[in-house]
Write a protein that binds this ligand. Structure first.
Ligand code: SF4
Length: 61
């Protein structure tokens, strides 16, 4: 389901693949990550990390 939402986001509304992977790597090491969602904001990190206007609520990225 997340893949479907990701696929619907236009390229101009995405960060680069490099930035995206760096953001996800931070989330993967974070204690607040719970089954793909962020316990701080409730979002799916795979979607949040894709958006240029999104930020980690704890300023980790
Ligand atoms: S968005 Fe921030 S607080 Fe949430 S899981 Fe990722 S690094 Fe952790």
């Amino acid at each position: 389901m997340i893949e479907k939402y990701k696929a619907a986001i236009k390229n101009e509304d995405r960060v680069s693949e490099d930035i995206y992977e760096k953001r996800l790597s931070v989330c993967k090491e974070c204690d607040r990550l719970n089954a793909g969602t962020c316990a701080a904001c409730g979002c799916y990190v795979e979607l949040r990390a894709l958006s240029p206007v999104s930020k980690c609520p704890y300023h980790s990225w």
